[in-house]
Design a protein around this ligand. Structure first.
Ligand code: AR6
Length: 172
C-alpha cells in the first residue's frame, strides 16, 4: 500500500511531483496556502488558472495546472467547503481529497503533498479536518489503484503535525 506520512513545514517547499492547493471556486488566487503557492509559483500560475478554469471550480472538485517556479511539477487545485459560510457537508471535504488524488494519478504523480483543506480561512474545526484528511486519503490509497506511492500531509505548525501523526499511527 502507498505510504501516508506527515511533515511539519511549508507546502511550497516540498520536493514532490504534485502539491495540492486549498483554492476557492473562482480560482483566481487568494490568501493562506493559495496565496503562498501563487507567490512561489510565479505569475504564470494565475495566467494558467484563467486559461484552464474559465468558469472556476465547483466545491469538492479538483483540477490541475503546472507548478511554474515551484519544485513540484504539478499543482492540483481543489475548492474546499467554506464552513464559516455555512458549507458543512463533510462529503464535500472528503471529495476534495479523493478528486485531488484522482487528478494527481491522471498526471502520473508518484508523490503528492496536501495541506489541511478548509482548515484555515474556511474555518473547518481542526480535529475533524485532520480526521477527514487521514481517513479519506488512507481509504483512497488502500482501495483505488493509482500511480501515487506517497501522500505527505503538510502541517503548518507542530501541534497539528503531532495530532496528524497520532491519528495515522492509531489508524494504520
Ligand atoms: N504550507 C502548508 N500549509 C499551510 C500554508 C503553507 N504555506 N499556509 C497555510 N497553511 P487556508 P482554506 C495551512 O486558509 O481554509 C484562500 O484565500 C493553514 O494553517 O490556506 O481551505 C483561498 O483562496 C491551514 O491549516 O485554506 C480560499 O479562498 C490550511 O493550510 C480560502 O483561503 C488551510 O488553510 C481557502 O481556505
Amino acid at each position: 500500500m502507498p505510504l501516508l506520512t506527515v511533515v511539519h513545514g511549508d507546502i511550497t517547499e516540498q520536493d514532490v511531483d504534485a502539491i495540492v492547493n486549498a483554492a476557492n471556486n473562482r480560482m483566481r488566487g487568494g490568501g493562506g496556502v493559495d496565496g503562498a503557492i501563487h507567490r512561489a509559483a510565479g505569475p504564470g500560475l494565475l495566467a494558467e488558472c484563467v486559461e484552464r478554469f474559465p468558469r472556476g471550480l465547483a466545491t469538492g472538485d479538483a483540477g490541475w495546472t503546472t507548478g511554474g517556479d515551484l519544485p513540484a511539477t504539478w499543482v492540483i487545485h481543489t475548492a474546499g467547503p467554506n464552513y464559516s459560510a455555512g458549507e458543512r457537508d463533510r462529503t464535500l471535504l472528503e471529495s476534495c481529497y479523493r478528486r485531488a488524488l484522482e487528478v494527481a494519478g491522471e498526471r502520473g504523480a508518484r508523490t503528492v503533498a496536501f495541506p489541511l483543506i478548509s482548515a484555515g480561512i474556511y474555518g473547518w474545526p481542526i480535529d475533524d479536518a485532520i480526521a477527514v484528511a487521514v481517513e479519506t486519503v488512507g481509504d483512497a490509497l488502500a482501495h483505488a489503484p493509482t500511480s501515487v506511492e506517497e501522500v505527505r500531509l503538510v502541517a503548518f505548525d507542530q501541534a497539528k503535525m503531532r495530532s496528524i501523526d497520532a491519528l495515522i499511527r492509531s489508524r494504520f
